[in-house]
Structures are given as structure tokens and as C-alpha cells.
Design a protein around this ligand. Sequence first.
Ligand code: BGC
Length: 409
Amino acid sequence: MKSKDKNLKMKNKIKNKKELKKNKFPKGFLWGVAYSSFQVEGGIKNNNWWRWAEIGKTKEKVGKACDSWNRYDEDHKLAQDLGCGGFRLSLEWSRIELNEGEFSQEALDHYKKILKNIKKRGMKRIVTLWHWGLPLWFVDNYGWHKKESVEFFGRYCQKVVDELGEEIDIFITMNEPTISLNKGYLVGVFPPGKINPWSFFQARKNMIEAHKKCYNLIKKFLPELSVGITQFCNTFESQRILKKLIEKFQDFYNWGFIKSDKDYYDFIGIDYYATFETKIFPPAFRRKTTKNRWTDIGWGIYPQGIYDICIQAKEKFQKPIYIFENGLADSEDKYRGDFIEEHLEYLKKAIDQGADVRGYFHWSLLDNFEWNLGYGPKFGLCEVDFETMERKPRGAYYEYKKIIENNGL
Ligand code: BGC
């Protein structure tokens, strides 16, 4: 080989190595998948969302969902085979506290089995205490807008800490409280179906208090555990003329809950799906997309938003960040592989610029019950046949697996 060619080859090799490093995530980065109890377990009848579906407020009834209450080991195996270091799931309050003050040891023992199984398969347990489903006794007699909710949620949390605390590695008290608040108390499309700003502010205040109460008691019994919430974060781009206003709105929408008392959050949990753009001339408030890509439920694919949101979080809080949800409804798996890759490229860029991002969890491992939209939207890395309950990895499952194996792109 001529020496010129040799030099070129060498140069390329070095360049490739640099590229490789550039796209590597930090050592120990936590790769994972996420789902929530109500959306996958099936048969949770003592619950406000079950009732919401039964009275026709969702596209379909819930039924057996993915039957993960029984098939959890298959799910854990799929995540383990993917190479995950973490598995995010939630506990269902309505299974655990059947009536006011009456706890089900059977349900607690079953959750213990599930959590131990995740550990046995070599993954960390990221546990959400409340992912939107509530027991009927609670919603019929109280609800988040009543002050008693703080006490009751605290008592449920205490029970979980006593019974399951040792089986939890990262503790998320609440999943996206603001979404549940907005849709349940302002827009009326989630239970309790209210359109009532006064109740909204009462409920919001109580949720903030309930989180703080849980934070204190978890820390008292399990001081080493990281505790926080996960927040649905949109980014909003705007014309200069609207900038100040939009920034204020964004600050309240994304961070208002956490900002009420930053000391009660060990990390910032982010669920990122989409970005909006606002304009006065011509007037517009619409979703952004790159390359004109839209998911099956009309959300624009806009990977840069994950970078924007992490930079916002870094500047506002200087705390560890986890992406606890990021994904898309894509029944044909047309965009999912690229979606993951492009979001991770931007996530890496945020890390390179100082955001302390510790993990990424894809939503979701399985197709599941997508709230008002029923079983239509397919968010799964694995397809689920809801007749046979068979789980089948989609192409993107293998693309994500490769990324995890390389600890990067
Ligand atoms: C929720 C999930 C939901 C996902 C997709 C998130 O807001 O936490 O439960 O399935 O978005 O809509």
C-alpha cells in the first residue's frame, strides 16, 4: 500500500474512533423501558379509570390489557434481552388499598414478586407510586381536590415503603401530575371530568403537598433512595414578540410543580414527546415536526425538543436528569428506529453541554391501553396480540438493543 493511502486509512481510523467516543454515553448510563400498571396489568376494576372506560369515556374498555399481572416475567425477559439496566413500572393504589384503610396483603406480595423478578433479571426497579389510576373509595369520598387526599396518599406511600421499600431503586411518587390535573380538572376529558379552575388549584396544591409528605417519609425510612416525580414536558417555540409570554407559560407548565419547592426533588424526571410553535402572524399554535413526520396520533416528531428541555432543566435546577418516557405511536414501526436514534443524538448533545442526564427509558416496552384512545395507538417496542397476548418485538426493538450494547450510537 502506498504511504499516502496508509496515512489516509490511519486518519480515518482515528476519526472513526473519535466519532465513536463522541456518540458514547457516560459510563453507567441507565438504559431502560417503561410502562404503567393500569395500562398493562388488566382487570383493575376498583379504579376510576376502569369506571371511566365502562361509562364510555374511552374508545375501548380495558379488559385484560396485556395481562402483565400474570405475564410479567415475559415482559421482564424482553427487557433483559434488550440489555436494559432499568425497568420502570408503577404500583396500583386501587389494588393495594381496596377500601379506606383496608390493605391487600395479597396484592403487596404479588408486587413484591414482580419487583424481585426484575432484580433477578439484573435490572434496577424504577417504581411510580401513582400513574393516574385511583381507588373508587378515594374518588367517591374525596378526590385530589379535597385536603384529605394528602393524608391518604401519604398513608398509601407509607405502606409501600414498609412492605416494598427494599425492592425499589428509584422512587417516582407521581407520574405527570400536571397532565392529570389539566385533563381532569380543566378540560374534563380525564376523570374526575371536571371543568373547574378552583378545584384545579385545590387539587394541584394537595398534590404538591402529598409529594412533599411522601418525600419526607421515604427519606426517613430509606435515606439512600432517590425520590422525585416525572413531568410531561413540552417545549414551545415562539416568535420574538411572544417570547417573554411563552417563556412564562412554559415555566409554569413544565416546571411550576417542581419549582414550588425544589428541595423535595432529588432528580428531574422528564417525559418528552412533542414541541409546539406559536405565532401571532399568521396566528398559530401548532405542533412542530422535522422532515414532515407525524405519529399515528398526529404528534409531530421533533427530536431537538429533548435537547431543549434538558438544557432548560439543567439551567433551572442543576440536578440529575432522567428521561423516563420518550416514544411514539407508530403501528408500522416506520419511524421508531430513527426516532430513537435522533432523540438520543440530541440527548447526547445536551450531556456534552453539561446536562447531567443519567438514564433514558423508552415508552413503551409493549403496546398497551392508551387512556382515552384505548388500544388504537401502538407505542410498543413489542407488538401485542390482544387475543393471544403474544408479544412480538418490532424492528426498532433490535435497533434499540444495538444502541444499548454500544452504550451509544
Ligand atoms: C403517559 C403515559 C402515556 C404516554 C403516551 C404519557 O403522558 O405517562 O401513560 O401512555 O404519555 O401518551
